[in-house]
Ligand binder design. Structure first.
Ligand code: CA
Length: 229
């Protein structure tokens, strides 16, 4: 069953949309807050998002931009103002469709079905989702070589990215600095195992809330490092 997330702060509208979509056989979730809506769209298994423009904490412009930066989930944006719809189109945020409130619920259902069908065709014709590794608030897009920490994108150098990805893909295993150096740096490269220590320090500064008490990459004294799950 397709799962729809409605991000809408007006309860009566959200409930109406939900009722109609459920009657059509969809599994529907409602979120009233913008920032939480974004988080859920990114972390939960959602097949389509119906996104209101004006929302508490974070508006639909930013939410749409963020979803599109990370996922291909279809987004239908809704707004009470026709002007806003023109503005959204002009911004090129990557929304798949736009609707002006009030709209008829059956029109919404029809568009939801159309976008889900189109998206499934897209997936089916070989447009692959990126290769993603996700662990407790860290999201690594291996295809695009991008990293988000709690939804916020951080920049990593090539080796930092390789090292973080390698550890995250092999969680709960302890690696010695030697092993990591051999894995990430080819033997001809200049440097020694101290390079590993330096890179771990830089990665921690980007991913850890408190580098003195790392929550992700643990130091196993006298041995090496381990990515904790
Ligand atoms: Ca609103």
């Amino acid at each position: 069953m397709s799962r729809i997330l409605i991000v809408e702060d007006e309860e009566s509208i959200a409930d109406l949309e939900k009722d109609y979509l459920e009657l059509s056989g969809f599994d529907v979730e409602i979120e009233h807050r913008g920032d939480v809506g974004l988080k859920r769209a990114l972390t939960e298994d959602v097949d389509l998002v119906i996104l209101d423009l004006m929302l508490p904490e974070m508006d639909g412009f930013d939410i749409c931009r963020e979803i599109r930066a990370q996922k291909n989930t279809p987004v239908i944006m809704v707004s009470a103002k026709k002007d806003d719809i023109d503005k959204i189109r002009g911004l090129g945020l990557g929304a798949d469709d736009y609707m002006t409130k009030p709209f008829s619920p059956s029109e919404l259902v029809a568009r939801v079905k159309a976008h889900l069908a189109r998206y499934e065709r897209l997936i089916g014709t070989g447009v692959q989702e990126n290769d993603i590794v996700e662990i407790r608030g860290i999201k690594i897009d291996k295809t695009a070589r991008r990293v988000w920490i709690n939804g916020e994108e951080k920049n990593f150098t090539t080796k930092e990215f390789d090292l973080l990805t390698f550890l995250a893909q092999n969680p709960n295993r302890v690696f010695t600095k030697d092993e990591l150096f051999r894995e990430i740096w080819d033997m001809e490269s200049v440097g020694d195992i101290a390079t590993v220590t330096v890179h771990i320090k830089k990665i921690r500064e980007k991913i850890e809330y408190n580098t003195a008490k790392p929550q992700y990459i643990e130091t196993i004294w006298g041995v090496g490092y381990r990515f904790k799950v």
